[in-house]
Ligand binder design. Structure first.
Ligand SMILES: [Zn+2]
Ligand SMILES: [Zn+2]
Ligand SMILES: [Zn+2]
Ligand SMILES: [Zn+2]
Length: 136
């Protein structure tokens, strides 16, 4: 990708003047190699805190889903310390949990420019991570 822009990741008082090498997939700011947090294939994440948090959350969430899937495969609730016979499915990660570990909540979904709250059954982790992903 050719990008003639300069990096826009530096702080307001310490503007980075380096030529941008990529555009952040989360905040859409061009960034230089010094401000690259994650670069692979067509993934590009800058070092701004909210963007790092999203990238880290994605990695942690993949691991979480892997653990939940393995526990579900053994007939157990997705929560590590919990027992057998999960009866409900999380609307967001589709892991299976017991009723104690899923809760009906109003979850904010983004639809274009507006956020629409819809009731979902969500596990605790899916509920937590909405804060990281709110407001793109
Ligand atoms: Zn960013
Ligand atoms: Zn920079
Ligand atoms: Zn979930
Ligand atoms: Zn459980």
């Amino acid at each position: 990708m050719s990008n003639p822009q300069v990096c826009q990741v530096g702080s307001l008082f310490a503007r980075c003047r380096e030529p941008a090498i990529q555009v952040c997939q989360y905040c859409a700011r061009p960034f230089c190699s010094a401000h690259a947090y994650y670069l692979q294939d067509h993934e590009a994440v800058c070092t701004r805190k909210p963007c790092r948090a999203r990238r880290d959350d994605l990695v942690a969430h993949l691991e979480y889903r892997r653990v939940v899937a393995a526990r579900n495969g053994a007939g157990l609730c997705g929560i590590e310390t919990c027992g057998p016979h999960p009866t409900m499915e999380c609307s967001l990660c589709h892991g299976r949990f017991c009723s104690e570990h899923l809760r009906e909540r109003l979850y904010p979904f983004r639809q274009g420019r507006v956020t629409v709250e819809r009731p979902v059954s969500a596990c605790a982790r899916c509920w937590q991570r909405r804060k990281i992903w709110r407001g793109a």
